[in-house]
Design a protein around this ligand. Structure first.
Ligand code: FAD
Length: 285
């Protein structure tokens, strides 16, 4: 998969999350079937905070890989996991032919004590990557932040740390969601100056309801430009119009990226295949 992306210099990938309850797998498989029809280059599957419910991530990734025949990328976090637990997840992934992992540090779970946090096996994602490269044959991806990771002292230090992911063996990066392409272009320029040469997929999340701004976006720390704020102010109370305007905004954002030479797009689908279809058909018409 990663080799293909490097060679094609153009990719479309999706992110999905596993069902929150055990009884909801059939519905999740329907979502995946519909997403699979759009022929993405890969589909990545999120991992519960602190490593909770990793079995669900593996089951969904396995379905993508083995039933849909599309490359699956399983997310994996290290903040709440010991080396042995990560290796156990790797063994399960291997059994299911899943060979791509987005290796993340993860955020500290609320119930983690200071002692647990201080004694974790890996302080940073790049530390886990070095370990996984030594111990497994996984193909690794890493996360990057066009507007800087919220804990980083400066963009400069965040980029230095990002370079460590490439040096540790990451073959591709996936960006945090952003709504203002200018941040992304500036980020790409700075990353290139740091010697980051691996492909970077631009993370796009369509805003289809006003309440997303208060939840997901706040957590991600992404700036909301005036054009998007105006859409929310105008259509926020009208779900159908808000959905339409939010999708149109994402399409315009992707078209602008493509016009500026950014051809690796990672769509945060939020498990909404109809929305993913509308966007995919508009941008690849
Ligand atoms: P790191 O790369 O470790 O970076 C975290 C901070 O530490 C940064 O400020 C960085 O500058 C700094 N740092 C890194 N290396 C060093 C170093 N060597 N020395 C000093 N400082 C350093 N979370 C989940 O729980 N599950 C998911 O499925 C999930 N999927 C995600 C997908 C994407 C595409 C993205 C962008 C994020 C995702 N997250 C997920 C959120 C992610 O776990 C958080 O953003 C987390 O706070 C940072 O993870 P990281 O891997 O980027 O950490």
């Amino acid at each position: 998969m990663i080799q293909n992306i490097i060679e094609k210099k153009r990719s479309l990938s999706f992110e999905v999350f596993p069902p929150k309850k055990d009884g909801e797998f059939e519905k999740a498989f329907e979502v995946l079937n519909a997403l699979g029809e759009l022929c993405p280059d890969f589909i990545s599957v999120t991992y519960g905070a602190g490593g909770s419910r990793s079995g669900q991530t593996i089951e969904i990734a396995s379905y993508i890989q083995n039933s849909l025949g599309i490359d699956a990328m399983a997310h994996m976090t290290c903040v709440g996991s010991r080396k042995e637990q990560l290796l156990a997840v790797y063994e399960e992934l291997k059994k299911h032919n899943v060979s791509h992992v987005l290796a993340l540090r993860g955020d500290r779970p609320r119930d983690m004590t200071d002692e647990q946090f201080a004694s974790r096996d890996f302080a940073h994602a790049s530390d886990m990557m070095i370990f996984l490269k030594e111990q497994t044959d996984l193909k690794l991806a890493g996360a990057c932040y066009p507007e800087k990771h919220f804990e980083a002292f400066s963009m400069e230090s965040d980029l230095n740390n990002l370079k460590k992911k490439q040096d540790a063996g990451a073959e591709i990066l996936i960006s945090q969601l952003f709504f203002d392409n200018d941040f992304y272009y500036a980020f790409l320029e700075k990353a290139a100056k740091k010697g980051i040469t691996i492909p970077i997929c631009a993370g796009i999340m369509p805003i289809t309801s006003a309440k997303q701004i208060g939840t997901t976006i706040t957590l991600a720390g992404s700036s909301v430009p005036k054009a998007l704020a105006d859409i929310i102010a105008s259509y926020g109370d009208n779900p159908e119009e808000m959905r339409r305007a939010g999708i149109d905004y994402a399409i315009r954002q992707i078209r602008d990226l493509q016009e500026n030479g950014v051809n690796d797009i990672h769509l945060y689908t939020m498990n909404k295949p109809k929305m993913a279809k509308e966007i995919t058909e508009s941008i690849y018409r």
